[in-house]
Write a protein that binds this ligand. Structure first.
Ligand SMILES: [Zn+2]
Length: 603
């Protein structure tokens, strides 16, 4: 399956429209945060227009590049004069800071020009360059502003020259590879694809080790290892190379790594990268809830890899994982109002976590911004036969099939209610519209122009081939039962526990809704769980999600449980209130947990 062209999917409202609005607020706030963090100052130092001391960490430019990328895609969604003015200032800073030969990295230029390309393992120079390339493309294809493309191309041409020796070059933090493939696609320059392939194929010599994914060549990899974000960006780059230069060995490696991720290293939230130490993947099934690292950037990486694996063969599991990451592990990284972020996303908290407006290493905030601004890329794909819809969101889709132009308008009450409507607004004749029957849907009924369709009964792809005409309407009705999820029994931390999901949303309990401790509660496997409509629980901090659905689950309260008098269990029952995981920690620091034992605890 092919990705749709930039701008083909425009989010028009609903749940993700609200999240994009929060993302826009975050982008505008982010401009001030970049200024405070020294991003502008450090570029001005590189340009020689101010004097002073370099302020940022060595990777600081990448935060600004990702912010520009977010702004570029966002301006494509909705033009905004204030944001354009911000972008204009940043573009001027970048143009001025670029060295005469095309090099651009404020840290190296200011602190030690002699150190250029001298520490590829730790220096992140190529990583920062990759984010610059992505920013330039987003600004051109989103905002219609071409001014960073010459900056990106001059820098890329320098990289092609500086790494002409095939025995040199690769970056300790992958990202340049997928960005060079993107720049190749954006310009047609084959040298960018060649150097991307070189950087990928150069890995595996072993001298840097598994932390940097240098322990094995990319076509022989079988596990997700080392630094989680690096591994996920690397896999995205390998896939992008595979699309341009299909080598079955690359795809087989990705399939092995994907299975390792999904079957052994993925949290129920779609987060990954269990360990704080080194921001790395844990061992297989090492998925602690309270000590989960699950960096927001890693959830972005999961969505990026899932979206690519989905394109290999339309695997519905990949769509499930992509959606799981986006609605849960990723979205928890942004506060409801768009003002604060999470870097680390545990599944259990004793109230220590605080959202922050920015971070010293500010990777996650602009990663959230650029992902939200470009959310449309996750919604649909196409092939020669037609269009495949993977996420039900409020959106307009406009793309071209071989037969001609297609237009779709989607509206939905998801994730709170399981109704979705797909209207055909433009059609070239006969083609296949493929719906997704999500695994979480308790039922899946589709009517076409008011008449019921008979469709397969399993989760997965639901292709509907016909002569589509403008005005055709598909109404999709899905039941959203509360699902009781259990982890793989090899996951020590959550064995014997249950997590609750409704629709695509994983739920958690917060202390602020539940008196007493959350950490000695058990959910009764036999007791009902109720959906509580229109709860104020989520919206009380902000009005952004006022129509959200909470859950009420009967639980044993462990502090009242007496091992010597189990009959008294009845008296210890109380209802636990749960809210969507993405919305947690919007009402101040509080206890939280996702997984609940299915047996009474305490005593
Ligand atoms: Zn991050």
């Amino acid at each position: 399956l092919h990705a749709l062209e930039p701008g083909a999917v425009r989010i028009t409202g609903g749940f993700w429209g609200e999240r994009q609005a929060a993302g826009l607020a975050a982008i505008k706030n982010g401009y001030a945060r970049l200024e405070e963090a020294g991003n502008f100052h450090d570029l001005q130092l590189a340009a020689g227009t101010v004097e002073g001391v370099f302020r940022g960490p060595f990777v600081i430019d990448s935060d600004l590049h990702k912010w520009v990328e977010a702004a570029g895609w966002q301006l494509g969604n909705d033009d905004d004069a204030e944001l354009r003015a911000m972008v204009d200032h940043v573009v001027r800073l970048l143009v001025a800071a670029q060295a005469g030969d095309g090099y651009l990295n404020s840290f190296i230029q200011v602190t030690d020009p002699e150190a250029r390309w001298q520490n590829l393992r730790e220096g992140h120079e190529l990583y920062c360059a990759g984010h610059l390339f992505e920013a330039a493309i987003a600004l051109r294809d989103g905002a219609g502003d071409h001014r960073l493309m010459p900056v990106a191309e001059r820098f890329a041409n320098l990289i092609v020259r500086d790494f002409a020796d095939p025995s040199t070059g690769r970056c300790g933090h992958p990202e340049i590879e997928l960005a060079l493939v993107a720049l190749h696609r954006a310009t047609g320059e084959v040298a960018y694809l060649d150097i991307a392939e070189r950087f990928l194929r150069r890995r595996g010599g072993g001298e840097w080790g598994a932390y940097y994914q240098d322990h094995v060549p990319v076509d022989q990899a079988s596990e997700m290892v080392g630094h989680a974000v690096r591994q996920l960006y690397l896999c995205a780059g390998v896939y992008d190379l595979y699309v341009e230069r299909p080598d079955p060995g690359l795809l087989e490696a990705l399939r092995r790594q994907w299975r390792d991720l999904v079957e052994r290293k993925l949290y129920v939230t779609g987060g990954t990268g269990a360990r704080h130490e080194g921001e790395t993947f844990g061992d297989p099934y090492e998925l602690p809830s309270d000590r989960a690292y699950a960096e927001t950037c890693a959830a972005v990486g999961v969505a990026m890899m899932a979206q690519r694996m989905l394109r290999v063969d339309g695997d519905p599991l990949a769509a499930e994982v992509m959606e799981r990451a986006l609605y849960n592990g990723f979205l928890a990284g942004l506060s409801l109002d768009g003002s604060k972020f999470f870097y680390v996303n545990p599944l259990s908290s004793r109230g220590e976590e605080r959202r922050s407006p920015w971070y010293r290493v500010g990777c996650c905030p602009p990663n959230v911004m650029r992902t939200l601004a470009a959310l449309g890329r996750y919604v649909a794909t196409r092939n020669d036969d037609g269009i495949q819809l993977h996420l039900y969101v409020d959106a307009e889709v406009r793309t071209a099939l071989a037969a001609g132009d297609v237009g779709l308008r989607m509206t939905t009450a998801l994730p709170w209610d399981g109704a979705a409507r797909v209207e055909v607004t433009r059609s070239p004749g006969e083609w296949t519209l493929t719906l997704r029957r999500p695994a979480w849907a308790g039922s899946f009924e589709v009517s076409l122009n008011g008449g019921g369709l008979s469709l397969p009964g399993e989760a997965g792809s639901v292709p509907i081939r016909r002569r589509w005409e403008a005005g055709d309407v598909l109404d999709v009705s899905m039941a959203l039962p509360v699902l009781r999820l259990r982890s793989h029994p090899a996951v020590d931390a959550t064995r014997g526990c249950v997590a609750l999901q409704r629709g695509p949303l994983v739920y958690c309990a917060e202390g602020v809704d539940n008196s007493g401790s959350l950490h000695d509660l058990g959910v009764d496997p036999g007791a009902p769980v109720r959906a509580v409509e229109g709860t104020p629980a989520i919206g009380s901090a902000t009005d952004l999600v006022t129509d959200g659905t909470a859950l009420g689950a009967e639980a044993w309260a462990g502090d009242l449980y007496r091992a010597d008098a189990p009959d008294e269990l009845e008296g210890a029952r109380r209802e636990v209130r749960l809210v969507p995981y993405f919305a947690w920690n919007n009402r101040g620091p509080t206890d939280m947990r996702v997984w609940f034992p299915e047996t009474p605890v305490g005593g």
